[in-house]
Design a protein around this ligand. Structure first.
Ligand code: GCB
Length: 610
């Protein structure tokens, strides 16, 4: 299991932060075996000395930055490099404190060197990783510090998500070395350094992790907390909970315990309360035990007090039934691909609020911590999905894949465990859950996730037949995707209600668990119109939505609906994708299609009726 915590790097009086966003040097290793960079040890010298480099923004996917199709579709190792000066006070500090190098995410497999020395490797494209680099910096004090990051986006049957590369050997049809990448998930496999790379410092005696689990008792809030401290056996702890005004709401002096907050302001979802997303701050201080009790380390964690329970067919937040009326999203936009972009992030939250959405699922991988922070702050409820998407082949249900999946769940829970917005984990999307091996696989992944976090329900999203799905016995909520009148019975809007009624009733009869329609929708080219409605027109999308809604409203055990998708997004090229998936209710540039207004009316009404 994982070594230590991965607190989001925040500046405090004892911690400094240096963002390395901006232009990095970049080269794709286009050698036939994609291994020249390792053969020639490109990390040993400045990248520009071993070949041509281009400028590459970080964070961003590299795919759409240039006019070069071979870079857009590149598979293999790409090399990034940045040279930076460290503040000299950091160099002085390294004697007694730590300098950490942290990557928010890089897709998919990364190797990192500092001044030519390898400092870490990480597998997985959507979660942060970090390591201490103080020792290396000590040896090169006063000189430029060179950070080299090699990233490989190759997917195999054992990566999450899985994929395969197939080499075409028929010389009469394919040029030498031609290959195709097969993926069973429906979004472009953007690659590169997608989230910020930062350097930050902590003292030598430092807060390594904090875990909070909140509860309520009438009007009283309870915060069960555990602080883990590394670097000393002898220290004392001060834990102060402050409200939004900065007033002390509770105080503790143990490394673990519970804080009692009389008349607590609870964390409520958006539109369920006039003041949603209420966050306290938990100020954790480590004090030297000997001498003057000086402050060793401070970390401040936002904390929302709320509870999540499932009772019968209801999903309860703070004891009140919660209905998910929201969206599925992607991290996806023009030019930057999956790279973190503040303007886009804030725009999307403004659109979510305009829409009256109270929730989203992080389809189909964990989103940036910067996005999750705003969910906490605004009260947007999250179904936090891991990158278990496109698990379709028997081989991907074997032990190697299973073990990696467990590690990914550890990384995800470790990162997001303290977030009030996260109310449920999703361990996969549309796996081949009818395969015999899927039973043991999901029993294990779900059981392990519950062991990591006993406080939140766990699900995965199924599109298997209710009779044959092997994982459903282990989930708390049944999430199903369906595309009636689209992938089946194309053009036949009149089948939707009949088939959807059936879908819900059959699943519910078998499992008696609350259900969420975790996807439904229709591709729509903005500006295409037709009456009577035909596929791909704005009218058709609207009528698909209305038919689904009519059925949702009749099912008491349906606890949520998430449209596919919030916005159009890029996919691999195929005959069914017109420059990407067009099921957005907003275009990729975030302009509304007419369905957005239908959904807005509905969501605002739903908000008022609960
Ligand atoms: C699905 C997938 C999603 C696709 C969507 C579609 O069921 O979960 O990733 O994009 O259908 O539009 O086909």
């Amino acid at each position: 299991s994982l070594d230590g915590g991965i607190l989001y790097p925040r500046e405090t009086p004892t911690r400094e932060l240096k963002e390395l966003s901006g232009i990095w040097s970049f080269r794709a290793d286009k050698s036939p075996q994609r291994d020249k960079g390792f053969q020639e040890q490109w990390y040993k010298r400045p990248l520009s000395e071993t070949g041509p480099v281009i400028d590459m923004p970080v964070p961003a996917s590299y795919n759409d930055i240039t006019q070069d199709i071979s870079l857009r579709d590149f598979i293999g190792w790409v090399w990034y490099e940045k040279e930076i000066w460290l503040p000299s006070r950091w160099e002085e500090k390294t004697a007694s404190s730590r300098v950490m190098l942290r990557v928010g995410s890089a897709h998919y497999f990364s190797v990192i060197w500092v001044n030519g020395i390898q400092v870490m490797e990480h597998e997985g494209g959507h979660l942060p990783f970090e390591t201490e680099i103080s020792n290396i910096l000590k040896d090169s004090a006063g000189s430029l510090c060179r950070i080299t990051i090699a990233v490989n986006n190759t997917l195999t049957l054992h990566t999450l998500p899985p994929g395969t590369i197939q080499f075409m050997e028929d010389g009469t049809r394919y040029p030498k070395g031609y290959f195709v990448q097969n993926i069973e998930f429906d979004f472009f496999n953007y690659a590169g350094i997608h989230r910020p790379v930062v350097l930050y410092t902590t003292p030598g005696i430092y807060i390594d992790d904090i875990t909070v689990i909140t509860d309520t008792d009438g009007n009283t809030g309870i915060i069960n907390y555990v602080v883990s401290v590394v670097g000393s056996e002898s220290y004392s702890v001060s834990v102060t909970l402050r409200d939004r005004q900065g007033q002390v709401a509770a105080h503790g002096v143990e490394t673990s315990g519970h804080l009692v907050v009389p008349d607590a302001k609870l964390w409520w979802p958006y539109l369920m309360h006039e003041d949603p997303g209420y966050l306290y701050s938990l100020e954790v201080m480590i004090l030297a035990k000997n001498g003057n009790g000086s402050v060793e380390d401070i970390y401040v964690l936002p904390v929302g007090i709320r509870t999540v329970h499932i009772s019968g067919d209801q999903f309860l937040i703070n004891g009140k039934p919660f209905y998910f009326h929201g969206v599925n999203k992607h991290e996806d936009y023009d030019v930057r691909g999956k790279g973190l972009d503040w303007s886009l992030i804030v725009k999307d939250f403004n659109l979510l609020k305009w829409l009256g959405a109270n929730s989203f699922r992080t389809s189909h991988y964990p989103y940036a911590e910067e996005i999750m922070d705003l969910c906490d702050k605004y009260g947007i409820v999250v179904i936090d999905e891991c990158p278990g998407v496109g698990i379709k082949y028997a081989e991907s249900f074997g032990n190697q894949s299973l073990n990696h999946h467990l590690t990914v769940m550890e990384e995800l829970v470790r990162r997001d465990k303290n977030r009030p917005s996260v109310v449920m984990w999703s361990v996969a999307n549309e796996p081949a859950s009818q395969l015999p091996a899927a039973g043991y696989y999901f029993k294990t992944v779900i059981g392990y996730t519950k062991q990591l976090d006993p406080t939140r329900p766990v699900t995965y999203v199924s599109n298997a037949n209710y009779e044959h799905d092997q994982g459903a016995p282990y989930v708390d909520v049944i999430c199903v995707n369906s595309y009636f009148s689209w992938y089946h019975d194309a053009g036949h809007l009149e089948v939707i209600q009949l088939q959807l009624n059936n879908q819900f009733d059959l699943w519910y009869e078998k499992y008696q668990k609350p259900m969420i329609q975790s996807e439904y929708g229709a591709d729509t080219i903005p500006g295409f119109h037709s009456d009577p409605p035909l596929m791909f027109t704005e009218e058709y999308q609207r009528i698909v939505l209305e038919n689904y809604h009519a059925v949702f409203d009749q099912k008491k055990f349906v606890i949520g609906e998430l449209i596919w998708n919030f916005a159009d997004f890029m996919t691999a090229q195929s005959v069914t994708r017109v420059v990407g998936n067009k099921k957005g209710i907003f275009t990729r540039q975030r302009q509304p299609k007419s369905s957005a207004y239908i959904l807005r009316d509905r969501y605002l009404k739903l908000a008022n009726s609960t």
